[in-house]
Design a protein around this ligand. Structure first.
Ligand SMILES: [Zn+2]
Length: 407
């Protein structure tokens, strides 16, 4: 049968509208389950008939299941509740760190159904390790077609225009091969790779104490100092996807040279290794033993060791200055601090507050911006990546236009 161009365009448009409606319903069910059809009609502009037909399709595609009836007291037949079908599909997520790979397999409800820690023998074997893990363990439990995507979080920068990875922590220098090899090994599975701070931030927004915060700044303070930002409700990635280099804000233009080429960068004062060095200098001046690692500084601070107290006072002063710059520049609604820095506990936040409060007295933007620790655990970047995929990338009834997504 001959179909003219305008009829063909019409069919394409109808398919796209249907996909958009299916995805809207999927997201609503994911975020509000259990729900019933009439509730969905109230939350969208769609007619009850359209909702019913789209929900049937979601059920038929195994993304949604009907389960039990509502407890509503209204007379008549009780409506059937809809839920996401946890076992309908799965997403693999890998958190790449200095000590190897953390692997989590998530079901469609974002529950972890498989977890392991995997060593990596050099950068050359990275993509192959991911491929082998999925092939040898995951595909023995679930059918290949049920794996929707592979998500990878890295503590580094991703040049999304040129497919280049850069990470001081992982020893990646202008690395083009990891992404190329992953694409070769997974030619038809969507691959999502992003900076761990970006995914931490999304997890914080979706699962942490920052739900419904539209302008969120997440400072990830560990071996390095990174940040993720949600601005106007959306992840902010910048021109080439490399925004968030909080650690390379200049704190002292006459300070020591940083590996980024600049001088006096924040990271050289408040990253955990820098805190160990600062502590050891104070300890030496006070005729106390130096610290061998950050755990010793955590213990010393908890015990009110004077070198630790002085170190953390200085760190809080510097961080307050850096955070005020960010809050003023972007009118941030909330700051969340994550990473190993959380081990200094509430006394650190109290110390930080001492340096924020005088500024807040004269500045409403700072006064209205609470600063808290993240309450999420180390799996948060993987969880954030998976939820980001489900919310923003996954399609229900049409194919994705590409299978590589970089953040
Ligand atoms: Zn720097």
């Amino acid at each position: 049968m001959f179909i003219n161009r305008s009829a063909k365009n019409n069919l394409v448009n109808q398919a796209l509208i249907k996909e958009s409606n299916l995805k809207t319903l999927f997201n609503l069910i994911h975020n509000r389950e259990p729900v019933f059809r009439a509730e969905l009609a109230g939350l969208t502009d769609l007619s009850p008939t359209t909702i019913s037909s789209l929900v049937d399709e979601l059920i038929q595609r195994n993304f949604v299941i009907s389960k039990g009836t509502s407890n509503t007291k209204s007379p008549g037949r009780k409506p059937i509740m809809l839920e996401i079908n946890a076992k309908g599909a799965y997403i693999a997520a890998f958190g790449w760190g200095r000590s190897g790979l953390k692997y989590f397999l998530y079901d469609l409800k974002c529950n972890v159904v498989e977890h392991s820690i995997i060593a990596i023998n050099g950068l050359d074997s990275f993509a192959k390790t991911i491929y082998d893990t999925i092939t040898n363990t995951t595909f023995r439990k679930i059918a290949k077609r049920k794996l929707l995507a592979v998500c990878i979080s890295i503590p580094g920068l991703i040049d999304s225009s040129n497919h280049i990875l850069e990470s001081y922590v992982l020893g990646l220098k202008e690395n083009k091969y990891v992404i190329a090899e992953l694409m070769e090994l997974f030619p038809s599975t969507p691959i999502i790779i992003g900076n761990e701070s970006v995914f931490y931030t999304y997890a914080e927004k979706e699962f942490g104490c920052s739900k419904n915060v539209n302008n969120l700044f997440y400072a990830n303070i560990s071996d390095g100092v990174g940040a993720g930002m949600i601005l106007n409700g959306k992840i902010y990635k910048g021109g080439t996807g490399m925004a968030g280099e909080f650690g390379h804000n200049t704190i002292d233009m006459n300070g020591p040279e940083c590996e980024c080429g600049s001088h006096g960068c924040l990271e050289n004062y408040i990253s955990l290794p820098s805190i160990v060095n600062m502590y050891s200098q104070h300890a030496q001046n006070m005729l106390l033993p130096p610290a061998n690692n950050i755990d010793e500084v955590f213990v010393a601070y908890a015990n009110n060791n004077p070198a630790a107290v002085e170190t953390i006072r200085k760190v809080a002063q510097i961080l307050a200055c850096a955070l005020c710059n960010v809050i003023n520049l972007l009118n941030i609604d909330r700051v969340v601090i994550g990473g190993g820095m959380r081990n200094f506990g509430q006394p650190f936040l109290d110390e930080l507050d001492k340096y924020m409060r005088p500024r807040a007295e004269h500045n409403k933007i700072i006064k209205r911006c609470p600063i808290t620790f993240s309450t999420l655990d180390q799996s948060a970047p993987c969880l954030g990546a998976v939820k980001y995929f489900l919310d923003n990338i996954m399609k229900i009834s049409v194919d994705l236009e590409k299978n590589l997504f970089l953040y």
